[in-house]
Design a protein around this ligand. Sequence first.
Ligand SMILES: [Ca+2]
Ligand SMILES: [Ca+2]
Ligand SMILES: [Zn+2]
Length: 216
Amino acid sequence: MSQPARELIRILIVSAATAAATLFFARRGCEQATDASAGRQEGHSCFPDGRIIAVRAEPERFPPDTHMPTGGEGVVCGPYEPGSFSPARDLVYVDDNRAWWESDHDTGDEEDDHSVHRAAEPPLRRLIELVHRHGGTLEVHDTYRPNLIHSPKSLHKEGRAIDVTCDQMTLEKLAKLAWSAGFDWVYFENSAKGGPHVHCSVRRPGYIPPANANTR
Ligand SMILES: [Ca+2]
Ligand SMILES: [Ca+2]
Ligand SMILES: [Zn+2]
């Protein structure tokens, strides 16, 4: 073999070994970050740079008609308060083609399921990622809904609530993932009228729940 050919083969071998080592240590970093949080629980995955997606461990159980925490939504997240909410200031547009957005497939109404309160964007993005990593597609049915449909004091009126389902997993599993994604209040809503779904909501920025509220 000629000298240049040998040199080329040597360079290729060194490059491959370096790449393998980099990959190995990147994975180790990820696992260590995961271990450091709350053990090797399902749902505790992280981005390649080591950032952990899930911010909480999944609860062991999440039965229908229950919510986490046990405190009421208004107490935990801060009640609907039209005076403190400004669509122009507080709503952001979230898109991710790994999720399914109901309003993208409905020409019959004016809602936009991509519109969410800025406080809901981080947990929503985490949930899309977590569901995706479990082989599912998050279905986003309702987010900001200023009129009708939801109750008069619904947090959907501020974009602080999001209704989701997923065909590839049980709603119990989805509720667990929503909790681990960092929503402040998660409700496995076994509604006969609107259909079973998971309702996830977030605290209004600046709102501090009363000291005796059960927020965990
Ligand atoms: Ca619709
Ligand atoms: Ca909708
Ligand atoms: Zn809802």
